[in-house]
Unconditional design. Structure first.
Length: 68
């Protein structure tokens, strides 16, 4: 199976998240995990270039905000 590959890039007005199929599944799982009723408001996860994201990506924070 392929490794998840995710790239995040953009400008001041637009952000693009690009991924292969395993990368899209990885992002989907992270989002489902954030929706867990056991987690509290403000829980978040950082994705960083060269760690969870492809080199050259801008950082991405996925955050649960129950006030929205």
């Amino acid at each position: 199976m392929d490794e998840p590959r995710i790239k995040v890039y953009g400008s001041a007005t637009e952000i693009t998240v690009s991924a292969n199929a395993p990368g899209l599944r990885d992002l989907a799982e992270r989002l489902v995990d954030l929706a867990d009723p056991e987690l509290r408001d403000g829980y978040h996860e950082h994705l960083e270039s060269g760690i969870n994201l492809e080199d050259g990506s801008i950082s991405l924070i996925l955050e649960r905000d129950d006030k929205l």
